[in-house]
Design a protein around this ligand. Structure first.
Ligand code: ATP
Ligand code: XMP
Ligand code: GLN
Ligand code: MG
Length: 512
């Protein structure tokens, strides 16, 4: 049994990342609901506790509270964002709603470099995402760092070993986040660091074998890295009792369907069924503009098709999918204590309630970079491992507003130009996801001395490690200029191109 630092979950979208960072540091961690019974927490042999952020405001009625037992224990505690506000609120400080909210990058100044901020610069970039702030510290606490928007960006009580930070150390955009967590784990909690990540792939294969028994599995294969890795794991587990099913939903990019099928057949020796379901999807989506409605329709259609294909294979009761942890977290049901729904990923929240197949999701607790590492270990070709993600609902969530064949064609052409130029510039791998979006507005232009009133294409390119947070990619102006001019010249019906300069948060990577 390992020592641990459990994370109590108050509903933050990035709570699972804290767990990951701690594991990366060699300290075992699990994400537990904030009201987990005390005995279950002690069973993990905790050396300290982290309180995650969360969407609630501590001063509102019904906001989730600190577990009373924690106040009595002598465990060190690190409160992050809501967790810090909760510490302050509970121990006699004051938390207020703020006029100038902070979302995105901010710079903090460390005023006390002991313990938590040991061995790092005084000025550092952090990632903030809060609307409330601490107006007065509780007795015993002193300020450790401040930022322009948060006079108490970090504070602590050394006697009690309780610390709080208003920013998020778990996201990569907090430059020294790892070091702060390391200081908490090793200097404050005095962990030994006795956890070695086990061989994930071997374990996953075992789990699939146990779940499936002698049944047959169909695997929803998209051409993305997640489903390819899921397919390889299932294939290792049950061999030829696996059949992959690729669906052309009419929402794919230019040439994608042909390319996925060809590459798969070249690299894998697993039976593949390619289903052309474009008409079915586009009919179901006709006239639908609401993003969540689009996702639900697409999620249901996918499953009906998988059920249909499964019926043709004797004994196929299981559906394998490349679901990742971010899909699960972002699809969580609306519950102010447990997190809010940001968007219903088609493969999680978008699944119909009466689904006939049992899910096999070997990657459900992993993040993208962990999946890529697993794919590499399984011998997946580099090109596949490093493919940009492409969402299951595809171009339906990039044609904003109602989806029509004509608008899909416009977007495909613009997107292909952007991708082509990005590759020529050698910047495909330097961005983690890039694509074009067709906006539901028209704007006035002048072309060939005539007036145009035509569509607007937005270009989106982001840098990110785990897709939970992201920054907009600083693509060279010359590249953007070339893409813009080619799109306007080559794609009929588009007279304007804009570049999206929003980070996540507050935006998301996709526009819907
Ligand atoms: N066109 C498709 N045909 C069959 N299954 C699909 C299709 N699109 C998505 N899926 C299923 O939905 C899952 C979730 O899609 P998602 O896009 O998140 O993952 P991915 O396509 O495997 O990888 P990536 O995120 O890199 O695109 C996939 O892993 C796959 O199982
Ligand atoms: O399979 C998917 N089904 C979905 O419904 C879905 N929605 C978003 N995404 C992808 O998830 C990552 C994070 O996206 P957002 O910042 O837009 O939430 C990005 O990589 C998105 O492309 C999806 N993938
Ligand atoms: N990210 C968070 O934990 C936010 C905490 C709180 N809801 C705020 O807005 O300040
Ligand atoms: Mg995909």
């Amino acid at each position: 049994m390992h020592e641990s630092i459990p994370v109590l979950d108050f509903g933050s979208q990035t709570a699972q990342l804290i767990v990951r960072r701690l594991r990366e540091l060699g300290v075992y961690s699990e994400l537990l609901p904030h009201d987990t019974p005390e005995a279950d927490v002690w069973a993990l042999q905790p050396r300290g506790i982290v309180l995650s952020g969360g969407p609630a405001s501590v001063y509102e009625p019904g906001a989730p509270q600190l577990p009373p037992w924690l106040l009595e224990s002598d465990l060190p505690v690190l409160g992050i964002c809501y967790g810090m506000q909760l510490q302050a609120h509970t121990l006699g400080g004051r938390v207020e709603g703020m006029q100038s909210r902070e979302f995105g990058p901010a710079e903090i100044t460390v005023v006390d470099p002991d313990l938590l901020f040991a061995d790092m610069p005084t000025q550092q970039q952090v990632w903030m995402s809060h609307g409330d702030h601490i107006a007065a510290l509780p007795p015993g606490f002193r300020v450790l760092a401040h930022s322009p928007g948060a006079p108490f960006a970090a504070a602590g009580d050394d006697r009690r070993r309780w610390y709080g930070i208003q920013f998020h150390p778990e996201v990569v955009h907090t430059r020294f986040g790892r070091d702060i967590l390391r200081n908490f784990a090793f200097r404050i909690c005095k962990c030994r660091g006795d956890w070695q990540p086990e061989n994930f792939v071997a374990e996953a294969i075992e789990r699939v074998r146990a779940q499936v028994g002698d049944g047959r599995v169909i695997c929803a294969l998209s051409g993305g890295v997640d489903s390819a890795v899921a397919a390889l794991i299932v294939h290792h587990a049950i061999g030829d009792r696996l059949t992959c099913v690729f669906v052309d939903n009419g929402l794919l990019r230019q040439g994608e369907a042909e390319q996925v099928v060809a590459t798969f057949r070249e690299h894998f020796h697993i039976p593949l069924i390619a289903v052309d379901a474009a008409d079915e999807f586009l009919e179901a989506l006709a006239g639908v503009a609401d993003p969540e409605q689009k996702r639900t329709i697409i999620g249901e259609k996918f499953v009906r098709i998988f059920e249909r294909e499964a019926r043709r294979i004797e004994g196929a009761r299981f559906l394998a999918q490349g679901t990742l942890y971010p899909d699960v977290i972002e699809s969580r049901a609306p519950d102010r204590q447990k997190g809010v729904t940001i968007k219903t990923h088609h493969n999680v929240g978008g699944l119909p309630a009466d689904m006939q197949l049992t899910l096999v999701e070997p990657l459900r607790y992993l993040f993208k970079d962990e999946v890529r590492a697993a794919g590499h270990a399984l011998g997946l070709p580099d090109e596949w491992v490093w493919r940009h993600p492409f969402p299951g609902p595809g171009l339906a969530v990039r044609v904003l507003g109602p989806v029509t064949r004509e608008r899909l064609a416009t977007l495909r052409a613009a997107d292909a130009i952007f991708m082509q130029e990005l590759r020529i510039a050698g910047l495909y791998r330097a961005t983690q996801q890039a694509f074009a979006v067709l906006l539901p507005v028209r704007s006035v232009g002048v072309m060939g001395d005539g007036r145009t009133y035509a569509d607007v294409v937005a270009l989106r390119a982001v840098t990110t490690e785990d897709y939970m947070t992201a920054d907009w990619a600083r693509l060279p102006a010359e590249l953007l200029a070339r893409v813009s001019s080619r799109i306007v010249n080559e794609v009929p019906g588009v007279n304007r191109v804009v570049y999206d300069i929003s980070s996540k948060p507050p935006a998301t990577i996709e526009w819907e």
